[in-house]
Design a protein around this ligand. Sequence first.
Ligand code: ATP
Ligand code: MG
Length: 136
Amino acid sequence: MAKERTLSIIKPDATRRKLTDKINARFTARGLKIVAQKPMQLSRTQAEGFYDVHKERPFFGSLVAFMISGPVVVQVLEGDNAVALNREIMGATDPSKAAPGTIRKDFAESIEANSVHGSDSTETAKREIAFFFPEL
Ligand code: ATP
Ligand code: MG
């Protein structure tokens, strides 16, 4: 299996409930290494830029407002098959549909306030890592 990197964001609903350490333990327990990590308060411009692919969606305005409602932790996870493995650890977007034992099943508040972001392909991961960590 190929070693990959993926971009992860611990979202404001999770930082507000001080879940960062618990969420990071889910990643490391499954063999993902946290190779970069920084707490940030996203600006509106950053949140809109990051979620630009969703700008035509009805939930875009609400999603941006949520993402700037408090601090986030942006991080780069590395390991075998990291993109797909992280999506598996996160669970489905809607926590009511997420599998048992996933981060979203255990911690998410709603389909919007769903605790974590993870890149959805290796191509997306490259773009998203460059967005927050241009030095990597
Ligand atoms: P992410 O990109 O954050 O990892 P995802 O790939 O599972 O999540 P996307 O379809 O890319 O889901 O949606 C991006 C984010 O937009 C979701 O994580 C969630 O916070 C929000 N979102 C998605 N669908 C809805 C919806 N129907 N209503 C409200 N918010 C939504
Ligand atoms: Mg997505």
